[in-house]
Design a protein around this ligand. Structure first.
Ligand code: B12
Ligand code: SF4
Ligand code: SF4
Length: 398
């Protein structure tokens, strides 16, 4: 039996990872015991809303070897997704345009990353006779961020997303569960990840900054490192098929699929790197479309055009629900009122309720234009502050 030099193998894994286009690769053990109570508390507070899958597997989410028996290491990878010409500020500024989270402008990342992780696993298998692996990308009960933190890919910021000092936070995570004793990553992030779970207060490169907590339009970051998903725009425009709570609708602005605000305000995103993946560049003008154009799509057109896009997953009903609310948040326009009224004749009760809400908003703005305008500006106040900060600090991506 030939002995394997795991240090040498690790160097090869890093090389293959880069060859496959991953921006970073790190190795962690599988001990997430310090995160079990955090996860339990999050679930007990019902912060997961109707994402039943978050509660379904109990603590297996924090116990990789229960998910894949035999796992002793996790290889975490990072893949940058920031598209060229992100136009963050210019689209958020124009209330008649549709703002779609910049991770979702191109092809769905799940399949693409899983395929690359599978290839990485195959490469390792060619060098290790007795080797088992399973790739995951956001698809199974796995705590991806705490694993990636331990693997030295970055630190979890107060908005809970992973950040790297040289790369910001515009990236996806994925992992390969493996059953070989690879050496663990030992860098500033992995050291901090361990320190932070053994001390009362966290220390990291967020320092005293609280910009993400302040800028969140719906106050979803209820305390540092904790997001109440039910208040997060990403949750109620993507994950939840239910009606959007009325009090949150005006705060959504023109964000019709996900939200990037907490990352946009983050000073570390000055160092974000543009994605090298063609599939993540914008397709079908999704980076710069008017709300009315998207609202006019038929279901057939939606399904055909969004083939391979993550947006297709939410279905046509949620798509129209989100755009209807954004149209309610747009400045008064006869054309918008006509489009909403016409749509009323062809939709079910669920959508009709959102459209009627939007019509009432439009009506309100027409009747009391000045006062309503001021009210709308109040809701838009944080977005205006964000736009200024992006224009000043992220000139390339503004
Ligand atoms: C459920 C989920 C959501 C939910 C809930 C988000 C949340 N913050 O929990 C919703 C729908 C809101 C969401 C939104 C988004 N998501 Co999401 N989401 C997930 C998912 C599936 C699980 C996250 C989870 O387990 N949450 C439960 C909490 C308890 O765990 P956690 O946040 O990971 O762990 C934190 C705590 O343990 C905390 N912590 C640690 N120690 C301590 C100690 C104390 C005292 C406390 C209080 C906390 C604490 O820090 C940990 C790390 O942040 C992951 C994929 C995965 N399987 O991990 C993607 C994932 C986190 N999402 C991702 C993305 C990109 C997003 C969005 C940016 C998408 C968008 N543009 O709209 C937004 C960002 C919103 C935000 N600020 O989080 C990426 C993040 C990549 C990155 N750079 O970090 C992931 C990893 C998917 C992927 N494979 O790339 N998401
Ligand atoms: S994604 Fe938007 S709504 Fe969700 S926590 Fe971040 S800023 Fe708040
Ligand atoms: S905005 Fe500030 S507090 Fe929030 S994640 Fe970035 S550095 Fe940390």
């Amino acid at each position: 039996m030939s002995l394997i030099n795991y240090q040498e193998l690790l160097e090869k894994i890093k090389f293959w990872g880069k060859e496959l286009g991953f921006s970073d690769v790190g190795i962690s053990d599988i001990d997430l015991s310090a995160h079990e109570s955090v996860l339990e508390r999050w679930l007990a507070n019902n912060y997961h809303g109707n994402m039943d899958y978050m509660a379904r597997h109990g603590l297996m989410r924090a116990r990789p070897a229960e998910l894949v028996p035999g796992t002793i290491r996790v290889i975490s990878v990072r893949l940058d997704y920031l598209p060229h010409n992100a136009q963050f500020a210019s689209i958020l500024k124009d209330k008649n345009k549709a703002y779609i989270s910049r991770y979702a402008l191109g092809r769905d990342y799940h399949k693409l990353m899983r395929k690359r992780l599978q290839q990485l696993g195959q490469k390792i298998a060619e060098h290790c006779s007795d080797f088992n692996y399973r790739p995951f990308v956001d698809s199974a009960p796995v705590m991806e961020r705490p694993l990636a933190e331990k693997a030295g890919l970055g630190w979890a910021g107060k908005h809970t997303l992973l950040i790297n000092k040289k790369a910001g936070s515009w990236f996806f995570l994925g992992e390969l569960f493996v059953d070989i004793p690879l050496p663990l990553t030992d860098n500033e992030y992995s050291k901090k990840a361990i320190e932070n779970t053994t001390t009362e207060s966290k220390t990291n490169d967020c320092g005293t900054c609280v910009a993400c907590i302040k800028i969140c339009p719906t106050k979803a970051i209820v305390e540092p490192y904790t997001v109440d998903a039910r208040r997060c725009i990403s949750y109620f425009t993507i994950e939840s098929p239910d009606a959007i709570p009325e009090e949150l609708r005006p705060l959504m602005g023109n964000r019709i699929y996900g939200c990037d605000d907490c990352q946009l305000i983050c000073p570390w995103n000055k160092y974000a790197q543009l994605s090298l993946v063609d599939d993540f560049q914008a397709r079908n003008n999704l980076d710069d479309s008017s709300l009315l154009t998207l609202f006019a799509w038929s279901e057939e057109y939606f399904l055909n055009t969004l083939q391979g896009s993550p947006i297709r997953r939410i279905g046509f009903q949620s798509w129209l629900r989100n755009i209807a609310v954004a149209l309610g948040n747009a400045p008064y326009s006869d054309i918008i009122v006509t489009a909403l009224t016409e749509k009323l004749t062809e939709v079910n009760e669920f959508l009709a309720e959102h459209i009627n809400w939007a019509l009432a908003q439009q009506d309100h703005k027409k009747m009391l234009s000045e006062q309503a305008g001021a009210e709308q500006e109040k809701n838009h106040r944080l977005t205006l502050r964000l736009i200024r900060s992006v224009e000043k600090g992220l000139t390339r991506d503004a």
